[in-house]
Write a protein that binds this ligand. Structure first.
Ligand SMILES: [Cu+2]
Length: 356
Protein backbone atom coordinates (compact mmCIF):
# COMPACT_ATOMS: atom_id res chain seq x y z
CA UNK A 1 0.00 0.00 0.00
CA UNK A 2 2.83 2.30 0.91
CA UNK A 3 4.39 1.94 -2.55
CA UNK A 4 1.06 2.57 -4.34
CA UNK A 5 0.50 5.76 -2.41
CA UNK A 6 4.10 6.79 -3.16
CA UNK A 7 3.49 6.20 -6.88
CA UNK A 8 0.24 8.19 -6.78
CA UNK A 9 1.88 11.04 -4.88
CA UNK A 10 4.83 11.07 -7.30
CA UNK A 11 2.53 10.94 -10.35
CA UNK A 12 0.42 13.78 -8.97
CA UNK A 13 3.55 15.84 -8.27
CA UNK A 14 4.96 15.20 -11.77
CA UNK A 15 1.62 16.04 -13.32
CA UNK A 16 1.49 19.28 -11.32
CA UNK A 17 5.02 20.21 -12.45
CA UNK A 18 4.21 19.29 -16.05
CA UNK A 19 1.04 21.30 -16.05
CA UNK A 20 2.75 24.28 -14.38
CA UNK A 21 5.39 24.22 -17.14
CA UNK A 22 2.70 23.88 -19.78
CA UNK A 23 0.88 26.88 -18.36
CA UNK A 24 4.04 28.91 -18.25
CA UNK A 25 4.91 28.02 -21.81
CA UNK A 26 1.41 28.40 -23.23
CA UNK A 27 0.45 31.77 -21.74
CA UNK A 28 -1.89 30.83 -18.92
CA UNK A 29 -4.39 33.62 -19.52
CA UNK A 30 -5.67 32.29 -22.81
CA UNK A 31 -6.68 28.67 -22.47
CA UNK A 32 -7.07 28.14 -18.76
CA UNK A 33 -10.48 29.67 -18.38
CA UNK A 34 -13.67 28.14 -19.78
CA UNK A 35 -14.87 31.39 -21.32
CA UNK A 36 -11.70 32.02 -23.34
CA UNK A 37 -13.68 30.33 -26.13
CA UNK A 38 -16.89 31.73 -27.63
CA UNK A 39 -20.15 29.71 -27.44
CA UNK A 40 -19.54 26.48 -29.41
CA UNK A 41 -21.83 27.37 -32.35
CA UNK A 42 -19.62 30.37 -33.18
CA UNK A 43 -16.68 29.56 -35.47
CA UNK A 44 -13.34 31.35 -35.30
CA UNK A 45 -14.15 32.92 -31.92
CA UNK A 46 -10.65 32.57 -30.45
CA UNK A 47 -7.03 32.44 -31.54
CA UNK A 48 -4.05 30.42 -30.29
CA UNK A 49 -0.51 31.13 -29.13
CA UNK A 50 2.65 30.23 -31.07
CA UNK A 51 3.01 26.50 -31.64
CA UNK A 52 -0.38 25.56 -30.22
CA UNK A 53 -2.61 23.01 -31.92
CA UNK A 54 -6.28 22.42 -31.30
CA UNK A 55 -8.44 19.49 -32.35
CA UNK A 56 -12.20 19.79 -32.26
CA UNK A 57 -15.39 17.93 -33.01
CA UNK A 58 -18.75 19.66 -33.24
CA UNK A 59 -22.19 18.18 -33.65
CA UNK A 60 -25.02 20.45 -34.69
CA UNK A 61 -28.71 19.58 -34.91
CA UNK A 62 -31.07 22.07 -36.52
CA UNK A 63 -34.80 21.62 -36.72
CA UNK A 64 -37.03 23.59 -39.06
CA UNK A 65 -40.72 23.10 -38.52
CA UNK A 66 -43.71 24.58 -40.35
CA UNK A 67 -43.87 26.93 -43.32
CA UNK A 68 -43.60 30.71 -43.13
CA UNK A 69 -44.55 33.44 -45.52
CA UNK A 70 -42.71 36.56 -44.44
CA UNK A 71 -43.21 36.72 -40.66
CA UNK A 72 -46.31 34.55 -40.63
CA UNK A 73 -46.69 30.86 -40.07
CA UNK A 74 -48.78 29.38 -42.90
CA UNK A 75 -50.53 26.01 -43.30
CA UNK A 76 -49.86 23.46 -46.07
CA UNK A 77 -53.26 24.41 -47.56
CA UNK A 78 -52.10 28.02 -47.91
CA UNK A 79 -49.01 26.81 -49.79
CA UNK A 80 -51.14 24.61 -52.09
CA UNK A 81 -53.38 27.67 -52.69
CA UNK A 82 -50.30 29.36 -54.19
CA UNK A 83 -50.31 26.67 -56.88
CA UNK A 84 -47.62 24.41 -55.42
CA UNK A 85 -48.21 20.64 -55.76
CA UNK A 86 -46.02 19.81 -52.76
CA UNK A 87 -44.89 21.60 -49.62
CA UNK A 88 -42.12 20.84 -47.14
CA UNK A 89 -43.46 20.52 -43.59
CA UNK A 90 -40.34 19.84 -41.54
CA UNK A 91 -36.59 19.54 -42.03
CA UNK A 92 -33.72 18.43 -39.85
CA UNK A 93 -30.07 19.10 -40.55
CA UNK A 94 -27.27 17.39 -38.69
CA UNK A 95 -23.64 18.35 -39.02
CA UNK A 96 -20.59 16.50 -37.72
CA UNK A 97 -17.58 18.76 -38.05
CA UNK A 98 -13.91 17.99 -37.48
CA UNK A 99 -11.60 20.92 -36.93
CA UNK A 100 -7.88 21.50 -36.59
CA UNK A 101 -6.33 24.80 -35.55
CA UNK A 102 -2.63 25.62 -35.52
CA UNK A 103 -0.87 28.87 -34.67
CA UNK A 104 2.48 29.38 -36.44
CA UNK A 105 2.80 32.62 -34.44
CA UNK A 106 0.92 34.59 -31.81
CA UNK A 107 -0.42 36.75 -34.61
CA UNK A 108 -1.68 34.03 -36.98
CA UNK A 109 -3.95 31.04 -36.28
CA UNK A 110 -4.80 28.70 -39.14
CA UNK A 111 -7.96 26.63 -39.12
CA UNK A 112 -9.24 23.70 -41.13
CA UNK A 113 -12.83 22.46 -40.81
CA UNK A 114 -14.52 19.59 -42.62
CA UNK A 115 -18.24 18.92 -42.07
CA UNK A 116 -20.31 15.82 -42.74
CA UNK A 117 -23.96 16.71 -43.37
CA UNK A 118 -27.18 14.73 -42.99
CA UNK A 119 -30.50 16.20 -44.04
CA UNK A 120 -34.06 14.97 -43.94
CA UNK A 121 -37.14 16.77 -45.30
CA UNK A 122 -40.79 15.77 -44.77
CA UNK A 123 -43.36 16.82 -47.38
CA UNK A 124 -47.11 16.88 -47.93
CA UNK A 125 -48.69 16.57 -51.37
CA UNK A 126 -51.74 18.71 -52.22
CA UNK A 127 -52.29 17.64 -55.84
CA UNK A 128 -54.31 14.48 -56.61
CA UNK A 129 -52.26 13.14 -59.58
CA UNK A 130 -49.07 13.28 -57.48
CA UNK A 131 -50.82 11.59 -54.53
CA UNK A 132 -51.96 8.86 -56.96
CA UNK A 133 -48.40 8.52 -58.31
CA UNK A 134 -47.21 8.22 -54.68
CA UNK A 135 -49.38 5.11 -54.15
CA UNK A 136 -52.21 7.11 -52.58
CA UNK A 137 -50.10 8.54 -49.78
CA UNK A 138 -49.97 12.32 -49.36
CA UNK A 139 -46.66 12.29 -47.43
CA UNK A 140 -43.05 11.52 -48.35
CA UNK A 141 -39.58 12.17 -46.99
CA UNK A 142 -36.30 12.84 -48.79
CA UNK A 143 -32.84 12.32 -47.33
CA UNK A 144 -29.28 13.23 -48.24
CA UNK A 145 -25.92 12.91 -46.61
CA UNK A 146 -22.26 13.41 -47.40
CA UNK A 147 -19.14 15.44 -46.86
CA UNK A 148 -19.79 19.20 -46.90
CA UNK A 149 -17.53 22.04 -47.98
CA UNK A 150 -13.99 22.26 -46.59
CA UNK A 151 -13.23 25.56 -44.85
CA UNK A 152 -9.70 26.93 -44.59
CA UNK A 153 -9.14 30.16 -42.69
CA UNK A 154 -6.51 32.26 -41.09
CA UNK A 155 -7.29 34.40 -38.08
CA UNK A 156 -5.05 37.43 -37.70
CA UNK A 157 -4.72 39.02 -34.27
CA UNK A 158 -4.96 42.80 -34.56
CA UNK A 159 -5.07 43.59 -30.85
CA UNK A 160 -4.05 41.07 -28.21
CA UNK A 161 -3.02 43.00 -25.11
CA UNK A 162 -4.75 43.16 -21.75
CA UNK A 163 -8.45 42.36 -21.58
CA UNK A 164 -9.13 43.34 -25.20
CA UNK A 165 -8.67 41.02 -28.14
CA UNK A 166 -9.49 41.73 -31.76
CA UNK A 167 -8.91 39.38 -34.67
CA UNK A 168 -9.88 39.30 -38.33
CA UNK A 169 -10.62 36.11 -40.23
CA UNK A 170 -9.88 35.48 -43.89
CA UNK A 171 -11.33 32.19 -45.01
CA UNK A 172 -12.25 30.26 -48.09
CA UNK A 173 -14.79 27.46 -48.49
CA UNK A 174 -13.95 24.92 -51.19
CA UNK A 175 -16.66 22.94 -53.02
CA UNK A 176 -15.81 19.48 -51.67
CA UNK A 177 -19.50 18.79 -50.89
CA UNK A 178 -21.80 17.20 -53.42
CA UNK A 179 -24.51 19.26 -55.18
CA UNK A 180 -25.80 16.27 -57.16
CA UNK A 181 -27.64 14.32 -54.45
CA UNK A 182 -30.83 12.59 -55.59
CA UNK A 183 -33.62 10.70 -53.92
CA UNK A 184 -36.92 9.06 -54.82
CA UNK A 185 -39.48 11.86 -55.25
CA UNK A 186 -43.11 11.39 -56.39
CA UNK A 187 -44.31 13.40 -59.37
CA UNK A 188 -47.05 13.02 -61.99
CA UNK A 189 -44.76 10.57 -63.80
CA UNK A 190 -44.39 8.33 -60.73
CA UNK A 191 -41.88 7.80 -57.95
CA UNK A 192 -38.55 8.50 -59.60
CA UNK A 193 -34.99 9.33 -58.60
CA UNK A 194 -34.81 13.11 -58.94
CA UNK A 195 -32.26 15.85 -58.25
CA UNK A 196 -32.91 17.28 -54.76
CA UNK A 197 -33.23 21.06 -54.34
CA UNK A 198 -30.36 23.22 -53.08
CA UNK A 199 -31.71 23.15 -49.51
CA UNK A 200 -30.98 19.42 -49.39
CA UNK A 201 -27.50 19.44 -50.97
CA UNK A 202 -24.44 18.86 -48.71
CA UNK A 203 -22.31 21.39 -50.62
CA UNK A 204 -22.64 24.85 -52.13
CA UNK A 205 -20.82 23.90 -55.34
CA UNK A 206 -19.00 27.24 -55.26
CA UNK A 207 -15.79 28.73 -53.92
CA UNK A 208 -16.88 31.03 -51.11
CA UNK A 209 -15.08 33.78 -49.21
CA UNK A 210 -15.52 33.78 -45.43
CA UNK A 211 -14.52 37.11 -43.90
CA UNK A 212 -14.99 37.75 -40.18
CA UNK A 213 -13.99 40.08 -37.40
CA UNK A 214 -14.18 39.16 -33.71
CA UNK A 215 -13.76 41.24 -30.58
CA UNK A 216 -13.58 39.77 -27.07
CA UNK A 217 -13.20 41.32 -23.64
CA UNK A 218 -12.26 39.39 -20.49
CA UNK A 219 -12.53 40.59 -16.91
CA UNK A 220 -11.96 38.37 -13.85
CA UNK A 221 -15.47 36.94 -13.65
CA UNK A 222 -17.06 38.03 -16.91
CA UNK A 223 -16.31 38.13 -20.57
CA UNK A 224 -18.08 39.34 -23.66
CA UNK A 225 -17.63 39.12 -27.38
CA UNK A 226 -19.02 40.11 -30.73
CA UNK A 227 -18.39 38.73 -34.17
CA UNK A 228 -19.44 39.83 -37.63
CA UNK A 229 -19.03 37.18 -40.32
CA UNK A 230 -20.16 36.59 -43.86
CA UNK A 231 -20.25 34.07 -46.68
CA UNK A 232 -19.74 35.43 -50.18
CA UNK A 233 -20.26 33.06 -53.11
CA UNK A 234 -17.86 33.99 -55.91
CA UNK A 235 -19.58 32.35 -58.88
CA UNK A 236 -22.42 30.04 -59.94
CA UNK A 237 -22.03 26.29 -59.52
CA UNK A 238 -22.32 23.47 -62.07
CA UNK A 239 -26.10 23.26 -61.52
CA UNK A 240 -26.60 26.90 -62.53
CA UNK A 241 -27.08 28.61 -59.17
CA UNK A 242 -25.27 29.95 -56.15
CA UNK A 243 -26.63 29.94 -52.62
CA UNK A 244 -27.51 33.34 -51.20
CA UNK A 245 -24.67 35.27 -49.60
CA UNK A 246 -25.08 35.52 -45.85
CA UNK A 247 -24.15 37.77 -42.95
CA UNK A 248 -24.12 36.95 -39.24
CA UNK A 249 -23.75 39.24 -36.26
CA UNK A 250 -23.19 37.35 -33.01
CA UNK A 251 -22.80 38.76 -29.53
CA UNK A 252 -22.43 37.03 -26.20
CA UNK A 253 -21.75 37.58 -22.51
CA UNK A 254 -20.20 34.82 -20.38
CA UNK A 255 -20.12 34.44 -16.63
CA UNK A 256 -17.27 32.43 -15.19
CA UNK A 257 -19.23 30.40 -12.61
CA UNK A 258 -16.05 28.59 -11.49
CA UNK A 259 -12.51 27.90 -12.68
CA UNK A 260 -13.84 25.27 -15.07
CA UNK A 261 -17.40 26.29 -15.90
CA UNK A 262 -18.84 29.28 -17.73
CA UNK A 263 -22.41 30.09 -18.72
CA UNK A 264 -23.18 32.34 -21.65
CA UNK A 265 -26.09 34.09 -23.23
CA UNK A 266 -26.26 36.13 -26.38
CA UNK A 267 -28.12 37.49 -29.34
CA UNK A 268 -27.46 36.83 -33.00
CA UNK A 269 -28.73 38.37 -36.20
CA UNK A 270 -28.61 36.10 -39.25
CA UNK A 271 -29.26 37.37 -42.74
CA UNK A 272 -29.30 35.17 -45.84
CA UNK A 273 -29.94 36.35 -49.39
CA UNK A 274 -32.04 34.74 -52.13
CA UNK A 275 -30.59 31.92 -54.15
CA UNK A 276 -29.08 33.29 -57.37
CA UNK A 277 -29.93 31.66 -60.70
CA UNK A 278 -32.12 28.65 -61.34
CA UNK A 279 -31.48 25.11 -60.23
CA UNK A 280 -31.02 23.63 -63.67
CA UNK A 281 -31.81 20.00 -62.78
CA UNK A 282 -34.69 20.51 -60.36
CA UNK A 283 -38.17 20.15 -61.84
CA UNK A 284 -40.42 23.24 -61.60
CA UNK A 285 -43.70 21.98 -63.03
CA UNK A 286 -46.05 19.16 -62.04
CA UNK A 287 -48.81 19.35 -64.64
CA UNK A 288 -50.47 22.78 -64.18
CA UNK A 289 -48.83 23.25 -60.78
CA UNK A 290 -45.45 24.46 -59.57
CA UNK A 291 -43.59 21.53 -57.97
CA UNK A 292 -42.39 22.62 -54.53
CA UNK A 293 -41.27 25.97 -53.02
CA UNK A 294 -37.63 24.79 -52.66
CA UNK A 295 -37.33 24.53 -56.47
CA UNK A 296 -37.62 28.34 -56.78
CA UNK A 297 -34.91 30.88 -56.00
CA UNK A 298 -37.29 33.46 -54.51
CA UNK A 299 -38.15 31.08 -51.66
CA UNK A 300 -34.60 30.99 -50.31
CA UNK A 301 -33.18 33.32 -47.68
CA UNK A 302 -34.58 35.59 -45.04
CA UNK A 303 -33.40 36.94 -41.74
CA UNK A 304 -33.87 36.22 -38.07
CA UNK A 305 -32.84 37.19 -34.56
CA UNK A 306 -31.84 34.33 -32.28
CA UNK A 307 -31.25 34.06 -28.54
CA UNK A 308 -28.32 31.84 -27.57
CA UNK A 309 -27.66 30.10 -24.25
CA UNK A 310 -24.52 28.06 -23.73
CA UNK A 311 -22.17 26.33 -21.36
CA UNK A 312 -18.40 25.80 -21.63
CA UNK A 313 -16.65 23.29 -19.41
CA UNK A 314 -12.88 22.97 -19.11
CA UNK A 315 -12.10 19.56 -17.59
CA UNK A 316 -9.97 20.23 -14.50
CA UNK A 317 -8.73 16.73 -13.62
CA UNK A 318 -5.29 15.70 -14.81
CA UNK A 319 -6.39 12.72 -16.94
CA UNK A 320 -8.45 14.79 -19.42
CA UNK A 321 -6.97 18.08 -18.29
CA UNK A 322 -7.73 20.99 -20.63
CA UNK A 323 -10.16 19.01 -22.74
CA UNK A 324 -13.18 21.20 -23.29
CA UNK A 325 -16.84 20.25 -23.57
CA UNK A 326 -19.38 22.82 -24.65
CA UNK A 327 -23.00 23.10 -25.73
CA UNK A 328 -25.33 25.84 -26.81
CA UNK A 329 -28.89 26.16 -28.00
CA UNK A 330 -30.28 28.82 -30.33
CA UNK A 331 -33.93 29.77 -30.56
CA UNK A 332 -35.31 32.40 -32.96
CA UNK A 333 -37.04 35.34 -31.27
CA UNK A 334 -38.14 36.74 -34.60
CA UNK A 335 -37.86 35.53 -38.18
CA UNK A 336 -38.86 36.60 -41.65
CA UNK A 337 -38.63 34.46 -44.77
CA UNK A 338 -38.20 35.58 -48.35
CA UNK A 339 -41.06 33.98 -50.30
CA UNK A 340 -42.37 30.85 -48.56
CA UNK A 341 -40.12 28.48 -46.64
CA UNK A 342 -39.59 26.49 -43.49
CA UNK A 343 -39.16 28.43 -40.26
CA UNK A 344 -36.24 27.71 -37.94
CA UNK A 345 -37.32 26.02 -34.71
CA UNK A 346 -34.06 25.62 -32.78
CA UNK A 347 -30.41 24.67 -33.23
CA UNK A 348 -28.45 22.61 -30.74
CA UNK A 349 -24.65 22.47 -30.90
CA UNK A 350 -22.33 20.36 -28.76
CA UNK A 351 -18.59 20.07 -29.07
CA UNK A 352 -15.29 18.79 -27.80
CA UNK A 353 -12.06 20.76 -28.11
CA UNK A 354 -8.51 20.01 -27.03
CA UNK A 355 -5.58 22.38 -27.33
CA UNK A 356 -1.97 21.27 -26.82
CU1 LIG B 1 -8.94 26.68 -31.13
Amino acid sequence: MKSISTIITTAAALSAVASAQTHHHKHAHNHTRPDSHAPISIMGGHTHKTGEWMLSYRYMFMEMDGMYKGNDSVSPEQIFAQNYAVTPTRMTMEMHMLGVMYAPSDRVTLSFMLPYMEREMDHLIGFAPVIAANGGSSAFTTRSNGIGDLRLSSLITLLGEGPHHLHAGFGVSLPTGSIGERDIVPGPGGRLSRQLPAAMQPGSGTVDLLPSITYTYHSDQWSAGAQASGVYHIDDNAHGYSLGDSFNLDSWVSWKASKCLSLSTGLSYIWEGNLNGNQSDVGTTAGPRRTVPTAFAENYGGHRIEAVAGVNYLIPSWFLKNHRLAADVRVPLWQERNGVGLGTDYTLSVGWQYAF
